[in-house]
Design a protein. Structure first.
Length: 408
């Protein structure tokens, strides 16, 4: 099975390393994810365990798509009844460069020696999606005697068509609801699970060094860090789209259920056993304390963390060798002047720390200037709409990850 695993833009290298750790064969690295070759059991493992994946797209075909009529016939000739029956609802999403778009014409003919074709139709993703949907429905009606329902989004079967000029790769979304929506819903958290996981993975923290979290709404960074250190699967508490599929999809149902049961059993074991972590979660007010405590209780991790009400601007120096994780509010939440005041105060205090690696995720473009220290490293992150930077500061002589841990 060839699967394209999507991730936040900027985190693909971290995702590739995670896939290697799980033993998945890497077939390609792209800005928005990785392509892997896996079997059905590994697909179940990937759904339950991958921390940096936004979704898993199973490639079921690749067809030529020079024009709309060819695309329709190629799609209609595929054996969609393997995955779809008349009770299924279907949604289609198209991405990439269409052959009749301005980008597609330039891609297919860099010198622009030919004019656009008369009657060219594959110019918009919406039109392409409707053409694919028509072909799918006609195929199912021809072979099963009835027409399944097409819905705008969130169908039982979610099809993702990726265009690259005059070709189209067809995928089925194994996850459905994106994987950054973990089974555990964190109250007050504003950070996507995969963005938090990317921050933790970049820091390399696995429990051997002291950990301090600060300005971490709902504890998203903290809980992702604990899950990683304890090897708790982030998606063991949720369902996946593939579990509703008929026919060929049914062989994955049992594998997913077995993998989820193993992950839940491991979680129960390690949570009960506890761990000797040195962790401080700094929260600034009573409401934040309550929300973080409730989230830690829901995750069964409260006994591993020391929670204290501390002002981030006057945060005491962490123990030598500590890792600091933070996601401070930026201009979008505070306004330009208040964000600048907060960032300057953080920089003034945190620069006094000794031997501390700080990993700060911010969408404030002026953060680096107001913090007052040049970052050791910068990792841009994006979901195509929102953009942020993961900044790594080595404070007071810090030299990076401890022995046995990697910074990235």
């Amino acid at each position: 099975m060839q699967v394209f695993v999507t991730a936040p833009i900027g985190a693909a290298e971290l995702l590739a390393e995670e896939c290697r750790v799980h033993g998945f064969r890497l077939d390609g690295l792209y800005p928005g994810g990785v392509k892997i070759e896996i079997n059905a059991a590994q697909a179940a493992r990937a759904l339950v365990h991958l921390r940096l994946a936004d979704t898993l797209l199973l490639q079921v075909g690749a067809v030529p798509a020079p024009h709309a009529n060819r695309l329709y016939h190629e799609i209609r000739d595929m054996r969609w009844e393997r995955w779809i029956d008349v009770r299924s609802t279907i949604s289609v999403t198209c991405t990439g460069i269409l052959p009749d778009s301005a980008e597609g014409l330039l891609l297919l003919d860099p010198q622009l020696r030919r004019p656009p074709r008369v009657g060219a139709e594959l110019r918009s993703h919406g039109f392409a999606a409707r053409k694919i949907a028509d072909a799918l429905v006609d195929r199912i009606q021809l072979h099963l005697g009835a027409r399944p329902e097409i819905v705008e989004k969130d169908g039982d079967i979610q099809i993702v068509a990726m265009f690259d000029g005059d070709s189209c790769a067809l995928h089925l979304d194994l996850a459905g609801t994106p994987l950054f929506r973990r089974g555990l819903k964190l109250k007050g958290a504003s950070l996507r699970g995969t963005w938090a996981a990317a921050t933790v993975a970049a820091s390399g923290w696995r429990g051997r060094r002291p950990l301090v979290t600060c300005l971490d709404p709902g504890g998203g960074l903290l809980i992702e860090a604990l899950w990683r250190a304890l090897r708790i699967a982030p998606n063991a508490r949720r369902q996946f789209a593939v579990e509703t599929w008929p026919n060929d999809g049914e062989r994955l149902h049992g594998l997913v259920e077995e993998e989820r049961a193993r992950a839940q059993a491991h979680e129960a074991q390690v949570v009960a056993a506890g761990a000797d972590f040195e962790i401080l979660a700094a929260v600034h007010d009573r409401r934040s304390t309550r929300l973080l405590t409730e989230n830690l209780d829901a995750a069964g991790l409260a006994h591993l963390v020391k929670v204290e009400r501390l002002n981030a601007r006057r945060l005491p120096a962490p123990a030598p060798g500590a890792v600091l994780l933070s996601c401070p509010p930026g201009q979008g939440r505070l306004g330009v002047e208040d964000a600048a005041t907060l960032t300057s105060a953080l920089g003034k205090q945190w620069r006094t720390f000794t031997d501390c690696d700080a990993w700060i995720l911010t969408d404030d473009p002026d953060f680096k200037g107001y913090f007052g220290q040049r970052p050791h490293g910068i990792r841009p992150l994006s979901d195509g709409e929102r953009e942020a930077s993961l900044l790594h500061y080595q404070l007071g002589g810090a030299t990076g990850a401890a022995k046995g841990e990697r910074a990235s």
